[in-house]
Design a protein around this ligand. Structure first.
Ligand code: GDP
Ligand code: IMO
Ligand code: MG
Length: 430
């Protein structure tokens, strides 16, 4: 029996190519669902010669007829959502009747963005996207949060905003008078409320009914396992559970419905923002891959830090996500890099580590141990079958597969949908 649900999650530090893969697989799904994060995500989708950058809407919104859900675990900036919907409509993508926002999702307001920015600029920064993600999740956990359903009720909303501004007054008033901040919140409120209302729904109920009818549901992760609040490189993480385990809570889908988990990794590693990155490359190799792979953030435009593939990091990430299969993206980018290196363990004093350490200090002393490969050259972007890849590229993938012990069902060799090699069509609904 083929699976009814598939969770697509990043297993590095984000930007693995989740958007591209989710868009490709969306053709066979009925529903595509975001379950955590917010518009800190930047998912690029390229098809038919056009490029789309999505931040809040699931990538499946670009496939006609599919239903897209922003689940309860997502933090929603109504203004950012309006911009994204406008962009989609302008580009001919109709969202009416197929984009749904959970009434239980929490809303990001201007003061969350201000707090995020103040901290980034005040020496407490970890290199966030400054979208207000952390402060909004803080309010949620502190039971001060404002949910979409509260946002829709003007009296409730007003009361909650006033309460929250009072709680945050000491920190916020360092930036500007609370009165001004309050004005910012209400300046656009009524139009945003009217904009948001038609999309709001009991999305958990809708998904339960869809699964009951036998429709397929695809879950689209934001960020990646190493940015997970529990399992990532704390405190240099995002404020949600990015791993597949986040799906049940973030979409309101019972765990018994969760089947396959597709972990996405690049053929090398990137990271934006601060924090440990054991296999980071600073010299010409790093620069070459950054240029070839166009490694600049989709959301903030920041240059991404670049390094070799890291099996220690990946093993931990695949394990906590319960990945049943892997997609390797951007293999084409590594063409002409000789030799290629992959980290197989960390050396720490006389110890050899094969698990990512929890200690926030020890990780900086961990020295990666590498295995080298001769690499490959040529244009991979035209390959459509695994057998068409240069031998060096096939060897690289097969070796990774063996060492990780998880099947590689997809190899991606370019930005666009067509530039994909599907090795195991059944596993990914193809
Ligand atoms: P996401 O956040 O995981 O969806 O990834 P991003 O969209 O932020 O970053 C991945 C970038 O790599 C995007 O520009 C994609 O279009 C691009 N991309 C995805 N897969 C491939 C691939 O196989 N080869 C190349 N050259 N680019 C790819
Ligand atoms: P996608 O979905 C890469 C990083 C930020 C920062 C940390 C915390 O496109 O893979 P936040 O704004 O979330 O509080 O920032 O997480 N970060 C991402 N890095 N891809 C992303 O999303 C990211 N979303 C957040 O750079 O280090
Ligand atoms: Mg991204």
């Amino acid at each position: 029996m083929s699976s009814k649900t598939l969770s697509v999650v990043g297993v590095q530090w984000g930007d693995e190519g989740k958007g591209k893969i989710v868009h490709l697989l969306s053709r066979k799904a009925g529903w595509i669902v975001r379950y955590q994060g917010g518009n800190n995500a930047g998912h690029t989708v390229v098809f038919g010669g056009k490029k789309y950058a999505l931040h809040l809407a699931p990538s499946g919104i670009l496939v006609p007829g599919k239903r897209a859900v922003i689940g309860n675990g997502v933090v929603v900036d109504p203004k950012a959502l309006r911009e994204e919907v406008r962009m989609l409509v302008r580009r001919g993508v109709s969202v009416k009747g197929r984009l749904f926002v959970s009434e239980l999702a929490h809303v990001i307001l201007p003061y969350h963005i201000l707090l995020d920015t103040l901290r980034e600029e005040g020496g407490r920064g970890i290199g966030t996207t400054r979208r207000g993600i952390g402060p909004c999740y803080e309010d949620k956990v502190a039971r001060l949060g404002i949910r979409v359903v509260d946002f829709l009720e003007p009296a409730t909303f007003r009361k909650l905003v006033d309460k929250n501004l009072k709680v945050r007054e000491a920190e916020l008033s360092r930036a500007r008078p609370i009165k001004k901040i309050r004005e910012e919140v209400f300046r656009d409120y009524e139009t945003l409320r009217r904009f948001l209302k038609p999309y709001v729904a009991d999305t958990a109920g809708m998904l339960a009914a869809a699964l009951e009818r036998g429709e397929k549901v695809l879950f689209e992760g934001g960020q990646g396992a190493m940015l997970d609040l529990d399992f990532g490189t704390y405190p240099f993480v995002t404020s949600s559970n990015t791993i597949a385990g986040g799906v049940a809570a973030g979409a309101g889908v019972g765990v018994r419905h969760l089947d396959g988990v597709l972990g996405i990794t690049k053929a090398y590693t990137t990271r934006v923002g601060r924090g440990p990155f054991p296999t980071e490359q600073f010299g010409t190799v790093g620069d070459y891959i950054r240029t070839e792979g166009r490694e600049y953030g989709t959301t903030t435009g920041r240059p991404r830090r670049v390094g070799w593939l890291d099996l220690v990091q990946l093993r931990s990430a695949l394990q906590v996500s319960g990945a049943t299969q892997i997609a390797i993206t951007k293999l084409d980018t590594l063409s002409r890099v000789h030799p290629l290196k992959v980290c197989t363990a960390y050396k720490l004093g006389r110890q050899k580590l094969t698990r990512y350490p929890a200690s926030r200090s020890l990780i900086y002393d961990a020295e990666p141990l590498y295995e080298s490969f001769p690499g490959f050259s040529g244009d991979l972007s035209q390959c459509r079958k695994f057998s068409e890849l240069p031998k060096g590229a096939r060897d690289y993938v097969l070796w990774i597969e063996k060492r990780l012990g998880v099947p590689v069902s997809i190899v991606s060799v370019g930005q666009s949908r067509e530039q994909t090699i599907v090795r195991d069509p059944r596993a990914v609904w193809m």
